[in-house]
Design a binder for this molecule. Structure first.
Ligand SMILES: [Fe+2]
Ligand SMILES: [Fe+2]
Length: 336
């Protein structure tokens, strides 16, 4: 049995709780919410998990934009399922972050106030139907590359949430590939539209892995704490190597004249994305930053009645449960 097999809830339940944080990390075992952990570890995880959760729900917007214009009922159903999956991913991640002592409401407030970030990729517009395919293939593809190693990250609730998320992400990536394949086998106009979408999404997808290792602020500490298993540049390279043969099957050209197989390295050489653009978009100057945040705040305000109704219902349910328990006690008392 590998270390990762011992990370399930059964194992957590039987552990004596006396292991120190460092001993758990050294043994490649999972840290659980009740374990002692350094403040920096907790804060870093909250930051990363919140940013991840925010990205899932903001990421619903660019594609939801195409639900009403999907070209067939089948494509509409698939796209709706995908967008709903992203809402679910946000939910798993907010719930996992709550095990660290923060509240989902507070995290959402921080997103709305702009004090927590989301992935800069969602600040680019979706101009044509082919963008839905390019997002699934490239953006979800990059997300999987980033997220599969997180299934083994040191914090148990995050690792377990990622297992389920990754299964769904791989469906997302395949639906994007399938959509693009249909278009690239279609009319010349459809092929042109696919190529245009790939041209626009390629470099932003490469930028999803974050700044190069030399400019990454959280990388080293994250690696020491077993949160990040591979560096930004390693993951970016893995994504390029995985995607190049898929582009050949699709018959689209990756918009990088420097892209070629390097037999000495055993990897593809490629042009790095424009990291200055990445930093501009992160700091709010992307094409859609304002639109995404305005939409998010409006959706949150318009959903206030749903949250109130859910809380009122939950309160009623627990009142009913308490009075049923009291009635049960009274009956048992009189029977005695
Ligand atoms: Fe997702
Ligand atoms: Fe996804």
């Amino acid at each position: 049995m590998g270390a990762s097999d011992r990370s399930g809830p059964e194992f957590a339940d039987h552990r004596d709780g006396e292991h120190s944080f460092d001993a758990l990390l050294a043994a490649d075992e999972r840290i659980e919410p009740r374990d002692q952990m350094p403040d920096g570890y907790r804060r870093g995880l909250v930051r990363q998990m919140a940013q991840h959760a925010h990205s899932e729900i903001i990421g619903m917007q660019p594609e939801a934009n195409w639900i009403t214009r999907a070209p067939s009922l089948r494509r509409k159903a698939i796209l709706m399922a995908k967008v709903q999956d992203e809402a679910g991913h946000g939910l798993y991640l907010y719930a996992a972050a709550e095990t660290l002592g923060v509240s989902r409401a507070d995290l959402l407030d921080q997103l709305h106030a702009g004090t927590q970030k989301y992935s800069s990729i969602f600040n680019y517009p979706t101009l044509t139907w082919a963008d839905v395919g390019a997002i699934g293939w490239l953006v979800d593809g990059a997300a999987i590359t980033n997220q599969v190693p997180l299934c083994r990250c040191s914090y148990g609730p995050y690792a377990r949430a990622m297992v389920r998320i990754c299964k769904e992400e791989s469906f997302h990536q395949r639906q994007g590939f399938d959509l693009l394949l249909t278009l690239t086998r279609g009319t010349p106009r459809q092929r042109e539209m696919s190529q245009d979408a790939v041209d626009r999404w390629w470099y932003p997808s490469l930028a999803m892995f974050g700044p190069p290792d030399g400019r990454s602020t959280h990388g080293e500490q994250s690696a020491r704490w077993g949160i990040k298993r591979f560096s930004n540049d390693e993951l970016r390279q893995r994504f390029v190597d995985m995607t190049v043969p898929q582009a050949a099957v699709l018959g689209v050209t990756i918009p990088d004249p420097q892209l070629r197989w390097n037999p000495e390295r055993g990897h593809h050489d490629f042009t790095e994305p424009d990291y200055d653009e990445l930093f501009r978009v992160i700091s709010g100057a992307g094409p859609c930053n304002r639109q995404r945040m305005e939409h998010r705040r409006r959706a949150h305000d318009e959903g206030a009645w749903v949250r109130e109704a859910a809380l009122a219902y939950a309160a009623r349910q627990s009142e009913t449960a308490v009075s049923a328990a009291a009635a049960g006690d009274a009956r048992r008392g009189s029977a005695a």
